[in-house]
Design a protein around this ligand. Structure first.
Ligand SMILES: [Ca+2]
Length: 314
């Protein structure tokens, strides 16, 4: 007698059984707030989830410094939208039901309710302020000028940034936060702005009006300009001036002690930084006495009269 099992092998899924994608932790319908992995599951009609995971997951905007709820005063830089998990039992009001669920959630890292307190660091009394104490509002600036500020920052200064007509011209992070600027070849009415960024990302800004007059001031001369001979080589060395707008030096050479520096006797142009010690080797010189002049140049082309030295090659 043959018994066929074939009719038992094929399982026809009843139409009432639903295959659905749900949140992996809660088994609830997914929304964009579900941070966990999704899984596929099958549900009998009575078990089909109707709640979304928003019942368990909630988002809140947090201040990342205080770790508390952001307020209108919380800077955008320190705001972060975070997802929190709030798991409850079927009967949250009954400790016998609720406590074991909370305990289970805590043990698995699923107990993470949002904070209840508001950001108490970004408050009015912690706001910084800044004023420009020099130059005076409405004054004229020519060449190099130093900007000084008065700062009140209860939470500390991260950076002060300076702007001329809205364009950043420098920043400083160290007290007393002053900075030296230069008018260059610019002339006319300008707006000088100083902005403070404090350590909790509060900002404050102040501005003054200035009249710029072009820089006509040459840098100071170099110091320690020496010419030392060794065999047929002359080593020239010097220290650049401290001027903020120093740009480069030019060295001129002649066998005439009374010579005037010009294009025809220019032997080198060397870019450098203020206070830098630099040198240049002048070689392949026939025996003789050589006179040198070194001039300093600023960034807009103002130059010094020059200082001299000499060397005897024999
Ligand atoms: Ca100058």
């Amino acid at each position: 007698m043959m018994i066929s099992f074939s009719k038992y092998v094929k399982f026809v899924v009843p139409k009432s059984i639903k295959k659905m994608t749900v949140d992996g932790l809660t088994g609830l319908l997914p929304t964009k707030n579900c941070p966990g992995q999704l899984r596929s599951d099958i549900f009998a009609p009575v078990n089909i989830p109707t709640d979304t995971c928003d019942k368990v997951y909630t988002t809140a905007t947090i201040d990342t410094i205080s770790k508390k709820l952001a307020t209108d005063l919380t800077p955008e830089e320190t705001k972060k939208v975070k997802t929190f998990i709030v798991l409850h039992s079927e009967f949250p009001d009954r400790p016998n039901w609720e406590n074991p669920v909370i305990g289970w959630a805590k043990a698995r890292g699923y107990f993470n309710p949002p904070p209840r307190e508001y950001d108490d660091i970004h408050v009015e009394k912690n706001k910084p302020s800044i004023t420009i104490t020099s130059p005076a509002n409405g004054s004229t600036a020519s060449g190099n000028f130093t900007v000084t500020v008065s700062v009140n920052a209860p939470k500390g200064v991260k950076m002060i940034t300076y702007y001329i007509d809205g364009e950043s011209v420098g920043a400083t992070t160290a007290s007393p936060f002053s900075i030296t600027l230069n008018t260059g070849s610019e002339a006319g009415e300008k707006t000088l702005t100083a902005t403070i960024l404090d350590k909790i990302y509060f900002t404050a800004t102040t501005s003054i009006a200035l009249t710029f007059s072009p820089d006509t001031q040459p840098p100071n001369e170099t110091t320690n300009f020496t010419a030392v001979t060794s065999e047929l080589i002359v080593t020239l060395s010097w220290t650049n001036p401290a001027d903020f707008d120093f740009d480069h030096i030019e060295i001129y050479r002649s066998t005439d002690s009374e010579f005037s520096p010009n294009e025809s006797n220019l032997i080198t142009t060397i870019i450098g930084t203020p206070n830098q010690i630099q040198s240049f080797i002048d070689q392949n010189l026939p025996a003789g006495t050589y006179y040198y002049i070194i001039r300093t140049f600023d960034k807009v082309g103002n130059f010094s009269a020059g200082v001299s030295s000499f060397a005897i090659v024999s």
